[in-house]
Ligand binder design. Structure first.
Ligand SMILES: NC(=O)c1ccc[n+]([C@@H]2O[C@H](COP(=O)([O-])OP(=O)(O)OC[C@H]3O[C@@H](n4cnc5c(N)ncnc54)[C@H](O)[C@@H]3O)[C@@H](O)[C@H]2O)c1
Length: 407
């Protein structure tokens, strides 16, 4: 990366799993000198974990128990990271921009409602700011290669894209019994929380605007069960076989420092879907089929992709270190080998953190994905959830500059 001599002064709102795992662990090894000088988080446990991860710094950050308090006090920041629960993206983003902070890394999704998404996009537009959104997969070698192949024209024009996201036990557990993701009012639902990434990738690969969406799904796996207790350690009769049993070593190791409610994953209070399919039609005619499923593991879980073009196909799985393409005219199958670093999200995590440091240092002007990309992906999620609830197709319309509406 291109670094500067300056030590960057960074603020952090929300010091949970993503802040530590997606930013701070890479700051430690960055060639750019960087210090987190202020942290806002009401959780003493998470702040403690975060401070341990910041043990490489020469000075301690100032700790605030809430983002409003921090934004009232801080100045001279080179950049701000907002990694709060989804319903708390809008407030900190708007106030940070009002306070004159111009380099913002806002975690995906943009916000938890269409209204909040729209107001962040308007504010950024008014100020001429481009916010970095946490769409780490765009930077992953796998999807970067797919995008290159599409741009090269090797498979002709894209006709259809099939993708699925098969989520493993750790993330499933975090979604269905973590403190906020399992409630639509706080997370915006499981599609928005988990797969705004995927819907952004589909739009990026289709290279067009989504215009129609339909969706099906609901709760088929994590349904309440009166034979099971409310909590794992309350003499659960399936503790030996349940992969979500919180006394099970694999689950404890998977969770690490994350705080998890001890509730049974089946009997936890929640209102989010555990499986959902989404069909999207784009303005340029591309059609996409997407499936989100929790409670999966093993070979070819994660993200699977298959693209059909007018002259060939591209396919692969995010965990494989290759993308494969087939050309219909020559019959040639090519295995494109990838160099992948070992950071999560297909190697996109570290590249995203490095991009944030370049933006803060002023050596990169614009992020790979911005607030408008995130508005589009969030609106596909809201359209899909509306389609599922109202049992109809939902249109996505573009009534004016950068505005999006669902009809
Ligand atoms: N880009 C990615 O790939 C990726 C991966 C994981 C999570 N995320 C996103 O990052 C965000 C955070 O996720 P997480 O896994 O870290 O969740 P988390 O629950 O571990 O962390 C959220 C933190 O925000 C804090 N918080 C709550 N209220 C606050 C307030 N008023 N002021 C300041 N802090 C407050 C919580 O105490 C917690 O420490 C979410 O939006 C999530 O969707 C993105």
């Amino acid at each position: 990366m291109t670094e500067t001599d300056k030590t960057l002064r960074i603020g952090l709102i929300g010091a949970g799993g993503r802040a530590v795992g997606g930013y701070i662990r890479y700051f430690k090894q960055a060639s750019q000198s960087v210090e987190v000088v202020a942290i806002a988080d009401p959780s003493e446990h998470n702040v403690k974990v975060c401070l341990e991860a910041l043990n490489f710094q020469s000075s301690q950050p100032t700790i605030y128990s809430d983002w409003k308090e921090m934004l009232g006090a801080v100045s001279d920041l080179d950049g701000m990271i907002i990694a709060t629960p989804n319903f708390l993206h809008h407030g900190p983003a708007m106030v940070s921009l009002d306070k004159g902070i111009r380099v913002l890394s806002l975690e995906k999704p943009l916000a938890a409602t269409p209204k909040d998404c729209r107001s962040v996009v308007r504010k950024a537009e008014e100020l001429g700011v481009s916010i970095q959104l946490g769409f780490t997969f765009r930077l992953s070698p796998f999807f970067a290669k797919v995008k290159d192949l599409l741009t090269s024209g090797d498979i002709g024009n894209v006709v259809s894209i099939q993708m699925d996201e098969l989520v493993g036990p750790r993330t499933t557990s975090v979604l269905f019994r973590g403190p906020w993701r399992r409630f639509t009012a706080l997370s915006g639902g499981s599609l928005l929380e988990k797969s705004c990434h995927d819907l952004d990738l589909l739009t990026w690969m289709a290279d067009s605007r989504p215009v129609r969406v339909s969706s099906f799904g609901g709760t088929a796996i994590f349904r309440p069960n009166t034979f099971l207790p409310e909590k794992c350690n309350d003499k659960c009769p399936i503790s030996d076989s349940c992969v979500y049993f919180l006394g099970n070593d694999a689950m404890v190791n998977n969770i690490g420092s994350l705080k998890m409610d001890e509730c049974c994953i089946y009997n936890s209070r929640k209102d989010i879907a555990d499986h959902q399919s989404v069909q999207i039609q784009y303005e340029n005619g591309v059609v996409c089929n997407f499936m989100l499923n929790f409670n999966t593991a093993g070979h070819h879980s994660g993200k699977n992709l298959h693209i059909v073009g007018t002259r060939g196909r591209i396919w692969g799985n995010i965990h494989d270190k290759e993308v494969i393409s087939h050309n219909m005219e020559t019959g040639k199958v090519t295995e494109h080998t990838l160099e992948v670093n070992n950071s999560p999200h297909g190697g996109g995590n570290i590249l995203h953190a490095e991009e944030f440091l370049r933006l803060a240092a002023g050596t990169q002007e614009k992020p790979m994905s911005s607030e408008y990309d995130a508005f589009v992906s969030a609106m596909i999620c809201f359209a899909a959830d509306r389609s599922r609830a109202e049992k109809r197709q939902v249109s996505i319309q573009y009534p004016g500059f950068k505005d999006i509406e669902l009809v």
